[in-house]
Design a protein around this ligand. Structure first.
Ligand code: SAM
Length: 249
């Protein structure tokens, strides 16, 4: 479902067929992988506190659909894609993206080792390795590592930190023609003003926010895309903890 790029576009969803709403139909093997991921989340949740969104619409809408709706531009493509999910937690949106986009190599970053161990085990069970790599570290380090800086077509983060903080994590990771997607809930004009100022410091441009009302009354979501204007200044990301304590704006 395409949203008007010029302004916040509300895509009201009135049916309970999420795949149709995404304009993308998973193959049988992918549906099986989503089912298996749900099973694995239940299993690992009993050992590590990964997520409370595991059953029914909590899983299918608030996890799977919410992870995939911002990716419509990439669903039809078979071009190789380097994706990084910063602050993946229990594996979202990264694992859902790895299942949905078979052309993608997906790097999952989180600083909490026990979560990442669970995510690694799930990726292995799902047969997603070697397309999935894991990095247990702070995003500020990832953005300074030459193996990651400027290497990704797509950098995503959901529910990690305030938008200007996430922008500082994601933009340095992008190739010159890459895109950062900030998954957000509510979004106001003041948020846009702040993020635009942060993007300018990072030498990036903010696109108009896209809005979505999730099916099954799962709430409102926005995604905001950032694209580089040129190389990100070497000063970013700043040292571990600084982006959160002293946000760019
Ligand atoms: N993205 C997942 C989701 O939407 O379900 C997890 C969200 S969870 C609320 C935030 C995660 O971001 C946590 O697992 C936390 O460890 C991670 N995180 C926050 N700041 C981070 C940083 N600077 N570097 C790496 N991970 C970070």
């Amino acid at each position: 479902m395409a949203c008007d790029p010029k302004e916040v576009a509300w895509c009201l969803l009135t049916t309970s067929a999420p795949w149709e709403l995404l304009g993308w139909q998973p193959a049988a093997a992918q549906v099986e992988q989503f089912n298996e991921l749900q099973h694995l989340l239940r299993l690992w949740n009993s050992r590590v506190n990964l997520t409370r969104l595991v059953e029914g619409d909590d899983y299918w809408i608030s996890q799977i659909f919410d992870s995939l709706w911002p990716l419509q531009r990439w669903h039809g493509s078979s071009d190789p894609l380097q994706v990084i999910d910063v602050g993946t937690g229990g594996g979202f949106p990264g694992l859902a993206i790895a299942i949905a986009l078979p052309q993608a190599q997906v790097t999952l970053v989180d600083s909490v080792g026990r979560k990442l161990q669970a995510v690694e085990a799930m990726a292995l069970e799902l047969g997603l390795q070697p397309r999935v790599q894991l990095r247990c570290e702070r995003a500020e380090k990832t953005g300074r590592d030459p193996a990651c800086r400027g290497r990704f077509d797509l950098a995503v983060a959901r529910a990690v930190a305030a938008a200007p903080v996430v922008a500082e994590y994601l933009v340095p990771l992008l190739k010159s023609n890459g895109t950062a997607l900030l998954y957000r809930g509510q979004w106001q004009q003041e948020d846009s003003r702040q993020l635009q100022r942060a993007a300018a410091l990072l030498n990036a441009t903010m696109a108009a926010p896209q809005g979505m009302t999730l099916p099954a009354e799962r709430g409102q979501r926005h995604v905001i895309a950032l694209t580089p204007n040129g190389p990100c200044p070497r000063t970013y990301p700043r040292a571990v903890g600084v982006p959160g304590k002293q946000p760019l704006v």
